[in-house]
Design a protein around this ligand. Structure first.
Ligand code: IPM
Ligand code: MN
Length: 353
């Protein structure tokens, strides 16, 4: 029997509530498919930080390396200054575990409301592969003359040949294997980022020669935002840098039904990977049993897929598809069900299948 050790970080706000439903679904999949999970819970997040001053110790990073995957709820709390938990926890996980692929599927399931008029599940079905360890996120830069009228703030964007090539290569491999139309679009800003995205464009072109079966395309990031609204069906797989990936995946999330359904995988193809719902900790809904757990369940589904349990992952996805059809809305408090009831419905559909 396959057995997996999963480190669980429920985190802040609604994180624990949605992770509870995700774990419930994984346990149901475990009984149905004969997969054994061992979940070990970690306390990191705002509460832990406020109590101890610790965000994520290096010892935890070392421990996580012994696991098969990490399952994270949400981090963030209005009592903690912006940047502390983001850099100290979420980005630290991404950087220290070298989770260089941020894979975010944007699939509009049948029956889920999209703000795009005239677009249905037939039109919105693409994947964004975001570089996750470089670019504007590395935290290089600084202030000069801080607090004066002469103040200068510098935030450096760093793209390495190594980092660019490995994400582009991953995207080509992914497109070859899973692409709906085997089409990979590089989204950048080559007309302005004439160094950073010149490197990206050259590497993209070079690597593409090894994948003659994959169709390639290029779109500026600003135009991508228009097309994602006007013609989302044009996209199959997108590869892009860290900052642009952050921005366009929020747009992608809203057209697939919002943060209640959008999930992402933070992947180190040669190590331990982390799976998370894309929405934040939504403090105003915390503890009310009204938040949508589908995104967290989907993150669990991506985890199974990544672990190679493709049959179980597909079964969870089918159960999710049946469940969302019954829900009134993907928004917190408007689902027609409580958080727990949505989890129960997914389990029911999973076990019936
Ligand atoms: C995301 C989030 C994070 C990011 C924040 C919380 C640091 O917006 O996962 O997209 O910018 O990557
Ligand atoms: Mn984001």
């Amino acid at each position: 029997m396959a057995s997996y050790d999963i480190a669980v970080i429920p985190g802040d706000g609604t994180g624990p509530e949605v992770i509870r439903e995700g774990v419930k679904v994984l346990k149901a999949a475990s009984s149905k498919f004969g997969i054994d999970f061992k979940f070990v819970e970690y306390p990191y997040g705002a509460e832990h930080y406020l109590k101890t001053g610790e965000t994520l110790p290096d010892s935890a990073i070392q421990e996580f390396k012994e696991f098969d995957a990490i399952y994270l709820g949400a981090v963030g709390d209005p009592r903690v200054k912006p940047g502390i938990l983001e850099r100290g926890l979420l980005l630290k996980l991404r950087f220290d575990l070298d989770l260089y692929v941020n894979l975010r599927p944007a699939t509009l399931y049948e029956g889920v409301w999209t703000p795009l008029k005239d677009k249905t599940h037939e039109h919105i079905n693409f994947v964004v592969i975001r570089e996750n360890t470089e670019g504007l996120y590395i935290g290089a830069g600084g202030f000069h003359f801080k607090g004066t009228k002469q103040e200068v703030a510098i935030q450096e964007m760093v793209c390495t040949r190594f980092g660019t090539e490995r994400i582009i290569r991953y995207a080509f491999e992914y497109t070859r294997k899973y692409g709906r139309e085997k089409k990979l679009t590089f989204v950048g800003k080559t007309n302005v980022l004439t160094y950073a995205h010149d490197l990206w464009a050259r590497v993209f072109e070079e690597v593409s020669k090894e994948y003659p079966d994959v169709k390639t395309d290029y779109a500026h990031v600003d135009a991508t935002c228009m097309w994602m609204v006007k013609n989302p069906e044009w996209f199959d797989v997108i590869v892009t840098d860290n900052m642009f990936g952050d921005i366009i995946t929020d747009l992608a999330a809203i057209i697939q039904g919002g943060l209640g359904v959008a999930a992402g995988a933070n992947i180190n193809p040669n190590g331990v990977s982390m799976f998370e719902p894309m929405g934040g900790s939504a403090p105003k809904y915390a503890g009310k049993n009204v938040i949508n757990p589908i995104a967290a369940i989907e993150a669990g589904r991506l985890m199974l897929w990544f672990l190679g349990e493709e049959e179980a992952a597909k079964a969870i996805q089918d159960a999710v598809k049946k469940t969302v059809k019954m829900m009134k809305s993907m928004n917190a408090g408007q689902m027609g069900y409580t958080t727990q009831e949505v989890g129960d419905l997914v389990v029911k559909h999973l076990l019936e299948s």
